[in-house]
Design a protein around this ligand. Structure first.
Ligand code: ATP
Ligand code: MG
Length: 332
């Protein structure tokens, strides 16, 4: 029986953080044994809002690859590749651009909020509003069955599914219908209490942060704003410190005891934060160790990416042959 396929990835605009881990990395790592897994370093997509920062994007390709390997992605099981090295993905994007209206792209809620955040106003680059369609091309070019992502990506999956239907109607070729798979924590809050942990908001804990940095960031974390003293009853629900503990603490008995004491005003923020620092550092240690292993061998990482890219190209070439022929392009 052929294995089902996974396609997902990250934009190389910096290092990966705990939000990425819970939203998607954790699923990638646990599914790689049973699925044919393709992980894309989405440098073309990163350029849509970083076109004037090419060095940043180039350098982050390596960082994102390291973070994936550090999180436990096994290059023997998964294909790690670089988007820009597969020009067919850009080709497929162009064909898809005929199938979707500008108005449809502008309705995308994730793109809308990102445009606001980036202050594009009415000067939004065409490439930026079009990135969900380019993402649809990535997913469909691999004929992915499953796309493990954070829930901010659900509008992209919806669009991809629409393109499958439309393409099949017009050209009679059916891509596999992709399904979203959202992580254990669909959208991790930031250390500042913002609804999304995000590099651009500066509220992140990176997978590569040192023990000391993690401790500092946790100590500065937002908690219950109404709690002034350790003896005030505190709010557990929606409190970022407890959201992180819920996600990473393995000792559930200790955690529920801590929650009870917090709600009763019998424990200070400092003690809770010290405990969270310990929990996070314990979780991150094996990730840091694998990162050090790969960091010491930049040639190995390069080889993993170039071998992965070669393998990915073969998969995409097969789809594109079928696509071009369905579209009755010259020579097919
Ligand atoms: P940032 O906002 O930090 O720059 P990003 O959203 O640009 O990150 P991407 O590379 O686009 O990062 O996202 C990679 C994957 O990680 C996507 O599947 C996305 O849904 C997921 N992800 C990013 N941030 C979070 C979060 N805070 N919680 C859950 N999943 C997340
Ligand atoms: Mg994003």
């Amino acid at each position: 029986m052929t294995k089902k396929r996974i396609l997902t990835g990250d934009r190389p605009t910096g290092k990966l953080h705990l939000g990425h881990y819970l939203g998607t990395l954790e699923n990638r790592v646990s599914l790689q044994d049973d699925y044919e897994t393709y992980i894309m370093v989405a440098d073309v997509q990163a350029l849509t809002d970083n076109f004037d920062k090419p060095e940043k994007v180039r350098d982050s390709v390596y960082e994102v690859a390291l973070d994936n390997l550090a999180a436990g992605l096994d290059p023997e099981k998964s294909v790690l590749f670089v988007q820009s090295q597969i020009p067919e993905l850009a080709e497929l994007t162009v064909y898809f651009m005929n199938l979707v209206s500008l108005e449809r792209l502008q309705r995308n809620p994730t793109v809308k909020s990102e445009m606001k955040q980036k202050g594009f106003g009415s000067n939004v680059p065409v490439g930026f509003v079009n990135y969900p369609l380019s993402q649809a091309a990535d997913i469909l070019a691999f004929n992915a069955d499953i796309v493990p992502v954070g829930d901010d990506q659900s509008p992209m999956l919806e669009l991809s599914r629409e393109v499958v239907a439309k393409f099949s109607n017009i050209y009679g070729y059916s891509f596999r219908m992709p399904e979203i798979m959202v992580g254990r924590v669909a959208r991790l809050v930031g250390t500042d209490g913002n609804a999304k942990m995000s590099k651009s908001l500066g509220n992140v804990i990176y997978l590569s942060d040192t023990e000391e940095t993690v401790r500092k960031k946790v100590m500065a974390m937002y908690t219950d704003p109404n709690r002034k003293h350790a003896t005030d009853p505190g709010k557990v629900k929606g409190n970022p410190v407890f959201i992180y503990l819920d996600a990473f603490c393995k000792d559930k008995a200790k955690l529920s005891e801590l929650k009870e004491r917090y709600a009763a005003g019998k424990v200070g923020d400092v003690e809770v934060k010290q405990y969270l620092s310990d929990v996070l550092n314990e979780f991150l240690e094996p990730i840091r160790e694998r990162r050090r292993y790969y960091e010491a061998q930049p040639e190995l990482v390069k080889t993993i990416l170039s071998n992965g890219t070669q393998q990915a190209r073969i998969t995409v070439a097969k789809t594109m042959q079928e696509v071009r022929s369905a579209m009755k392009l010259f020579g097919t």
